[in-house]
Design a protein around this ligand. Structure first.
Ligand SMILES: [Zn+2]
Length: 114
């Protein structure tokens, strides 16, 4: 499960931030996980629950995850479609060449510490 190593990376980042700002406790963490990141949000949350509870800095931290919807843009007419999976063809002009729009990465949006 590669989400575990992503959570480990996140915790490392939080430790660095805490050190930088002289903080002792993380209250909340907001993440944005792109629709094309390949990250399973439930697994990420699960990994966080396990690893963060074991860590004095993040023991009580709340993890907030936002995931913008996946969008596909038609290469012919430019229409954008929201879809879980790549649509077969454009709903507007029937073009079959559709390209994904949006993030494929994990972004640390906001961290609240004290
Ligand atoms: Zn189209």
């Amino acid at each position: 499960m590669h989400e575990m190593s992503l959570v480990q990376g996140l915790l490392g980042q939080l430790h660095e931030l805490a050190k930088e700002h002289n903080k002792e406790k993380v209250i909340s963490v907001s993440m944005e996980i792109g629709p094309f990141s390949g990250v399973v949000i439930d697994s990420f949350q699960f990994g966080f629950d396990i690893l963060a509870r074991d860590d004095a800095l993040t023991r009580e931290a709340i993890l907030l995850i936002e995931s913008p919807p996946a969008l596909y843009r038609c290469c012919s007419c430019g229409m954008e479609m929201k879809a879980e999976q790549r649509p077969e063809r454009c709903r507007h002009c029937s073009e079959t060449l559709l390209s994904p729009v949006g993030g494929d990465d994990l972004v640390l949006r906001q961290v609240e510490m004290e």
